[in-house]
Write a protein that binds this ligand. Structure first.
Ligand SMILES: *[C@@H]1O[C@H](CO)[C@@H](O)[C@H](O)[C@H]1NC(C)=O
Ligand SMILES: *[C@@H]1O[C@H](CO)[C@@H](O)[C@H](O)[C@H]1NC(C)=O
Ligand SMILES: *[C@@H]1O[C@H](CO)[C@@H](O)[C@H](O)[C@H]1NC(C)=O
Ligand SMILES: *[C@@H]1O[C@H](CO)[C@@H](O)[C@H](O)[C@H]1NC(C)=O
Ligand SMILES: *[C@@H]1O[C@H](CO)[C@@H](O)[C@H](O)[C@H]1NC(C)=O
Ligand SMILES: [Zn+2]
Length: 437
């Protein structure tokens, strides 16, 4: 008998994404893991597993801090770039502590949470770590008072401000910056690209009232691409001689999948890939540890023995040998693409399956496709990239990155006696964490 176990010798680097109370995780729990270094309950942000979702009164004393804060405390510049609302799960685990990821503004919070003293996420963005140098993404409406007209869509009710406390958090963000520093707010691509980066100390860019528009549907005059945002962010952060930490999220890959729209999801992923390439060109492996991984997986499959050269959004070369109908090579385990026509699986040849908004067929009908529970891949380059090798729990990521950068609470190995000055410890040592989903 021959047993060939290749993974023992060369374990492919992967992370286990489960939340403390869920096999298949949500992004709030996973973001807390890969930013704060502890696993957490589903739906909770920047707090330990001692916090129960929705229970404001379990939060006190359970707050955990993120690698963004550790980097800031070490004197590095820090930034957040996402295609979602900047108050969405992934970015907010970097700065907020909340028993519920959906508490974007006080209007989304139940009375007991407001009375219990819990703060909405937009307010925490402005108050918790006031010197985040770069914040780019969507989510304007949570920053403005209820009924405040949106700058870009002044006549649309649904895009008006949401805040019940009447505060203008964009103004509060600007006013909280140290005297003599330049803090720019932009909401338009032209405004972003016209900035003089050498004189911009702080930048807040909010390009949509909610999440940014899918890359395939993006208005290239009003909205920047993810790679344009990443380019501006890195160029501002690089001005700090002590290096930087930047979190980049291709956050709408996840939304495309939830809607069963494989083409939207994969074009979002391609744009993240462009951003990764650009970040690689703007930084050096001498002083920058870059890590690319995912929040979690999705129940997304690619099969059907398609020949090389087959369109990715095309059909498998054979029909089903059960219902005699064609099928696309991309399918979902569950989601909104489930479709029965006259008692049978829909014949996809009769529909435009190459359309950007085509919902690929799924085995189980659900309004929203779900996340997947399997491990996700991790890719790392730069100093100490070897630490991200093998199979790890997802909450290992910030500890490994902090170890490499000599930031955070565990720095004992960084004193000169045990770790003499090497290129690994260039003063400009920087960290890039790029996330899919
Ligand atoms: C915490 O709040 C919940 C309601 O959200 C309530 O049922 C519970 O009794 C409270 N616990 C304490 C210790 O106050
Ligand atoms: C909301 O704003 C619109 C336009 O600025 C105004 O006409 C309307 O009276 C406002 N509604 C409330 C409830 O304040
Ligand atoms: C950008 O700002 C710097 C520093 O204030 C200044 O020297 C430079 O002339 C400005 N560049 C442009 C194009 O305005
Ligand atoms: C912007 O979008 C328009 C319309 O889709 C397209 O014709 C144009 O080439 C795009 N420009 C750039 C710079 O991508
Ligand atoms: C599926 O649709 C195509 C194109 O309309 C048609 O040629 C084919 O016969 C259909 N297959 C079945 C099993 O209905
Ligand atoms: Zn999701």
């Amino acid at each position: 008998m021959v047993v060939l176990i290749t993974t023992v010798l060369y374990p492919s680097p992967t992370f286990q994404t489960y939340n403390t109370n869920a096999q298949v995780p949500d992004s709030a729990g996973t973001a807390t893991a890969y930013l704060c270094g502890v696993k957490a309950n589903e739906g909770t942000l920047g707090v330990s597993a001692g916090v129960t979702r929705d229970r404001c009164n379990t939060t006190k004393g359970q707050e955990v801090t993120s690698i963004l804060r550790w980097a800031k405390e070490a004197g590095k510049a820090v930034g957040i770039v996402t295609t979602t609302r900047v108050t969405h799960a992934t970015p907010s685990a970097a700065y907020a502590h909340s028993a519920n990821r959906d508490w974007y503004s006080d209007a989304e919070m139940p009375p007991d949470a407001l009375e219990g003293g819990c703060k909405d996420i937009a307010r925490q963005l402005v108050e918790n770590i006031p010197e985040i140098e770069v914040i780019l993404g969507g989510g304007r409406k949570y920053m403005y008072p209820k009924n405040f007209s949106d700058a870009e869509y002044p006549h649309e009710e649904k895009h008006r401000g949401t805040r019940l406390d009447g505060r203008n958090l964009v103004q509060a963000w600007q006013e909280a910056k140290p005297r003599g520093k330049v803090a720019e707010y932009v909401w338009h691509r032209r405004g972003l690209l016209a900035l003089n980066l050498s004189r911009t100390d702080f930048l807040l860019g909010l390009f949509e009232p909610g999440d940014m528009v899918y890359e395939l549907d993006r208005n290239n005059e009003t909205d920047p691409s993810l790679s344009e945002m990443v380019s501006v962010a890195i160029r501002i952060l690089q001005k700090n001689p002590r290096g930087f930490f930047l979190l980049v999220e291709g956050g709408r890959i996840d939304h495309g999948h939830h809607e069963g729209k494989a083409k939207q999801a994969l074009h979002e992923a391609v744009e993240l890939d462009r951003a990764i390439g650009l970040a690689t060109r703007l930084t050096s492996t001498q002083d920058t540890l870059s890590v690319v991984t995912a929040d979690h997986s999705h129940v997304f499959t690619f099969g059907g023995y398609t020949p090389r050269g087959n369109p990715i959004f095309g059909l498998a070369p054979m029909q089903s040998d059960v219902d005699r109908k064609p099928f696309t090579s991309i399918l979902y385990g569950n989601g909104p693409g489930y479709k029965i026509v006259a008692g049978e699986r829909e014949n996809v040849s009769a529909v435009d399956f190459a359309h950007a908004d085509y919902q690929a067929q799924s085995a189980v009908p659900l309004r929203q496709e779900t996340h997947g529970g399997e491990d996700v891949a991790v890719f790392a380059r730069g100093p100490m990239a070897h630490l991200l090798h093998g199979v790890h729990e997802q909450n290992y990521i910030p500890h490994a990155m902090a170890y490499a950068a000599c930031i955070g609470s565990n720095r004992g190995h960084c004193n000169a006696a045990t770790r003499p000055a090497t290129p690994l410890l260039l003063p400009s040592f920087s960290l890039l964490l790029l996330l899919l989903c």
